[in-house]
Design a protein around this ligand. Structure first.
Ligand code: FES
Length: 81
């Protein structure tokens, strides 16, 4: 099971964490990945100064601009499932 975690701390919230979460949920539905992805949220990942929303995929940290969430899911997340 791949662990996918989106930061919902204040800084990431203002950078669009809610939109990233919505997009990821939608993609999990579309691709029927419920049994393969453990989707969670997290408090501040201590990377607020970097651009984009903090996302952890199988323990690897990434920064995801909200408008690139769909593309990120298709390339990075799907590639690891
Ligand atoms: S609020 Fe997301 S890294 Fe700090």
């Amino acid at each position: 099971m791949l662990e996918l975690c989106v930061c919902i701390g204040t800084s990431c919230h203002t950078k669009g964490a809610y939109n990233v979460i919505q997009t990821f949920q939608q993609m999990i539905e579309e691709k029927s990945l419920h049994g393969k992805v453990n989707f969670k949220s997290s408090f501040c990942m201590k990377e607020c100064a970097k651009p984009g929303v903090s996302v952890s995929v199988g323990g690897d940290r990434h920064r995801v601009p909200a408008e690139e969430a769909r593309e990120f899911f298709n390339t990075v997340v799907v590639g690891k499932v």
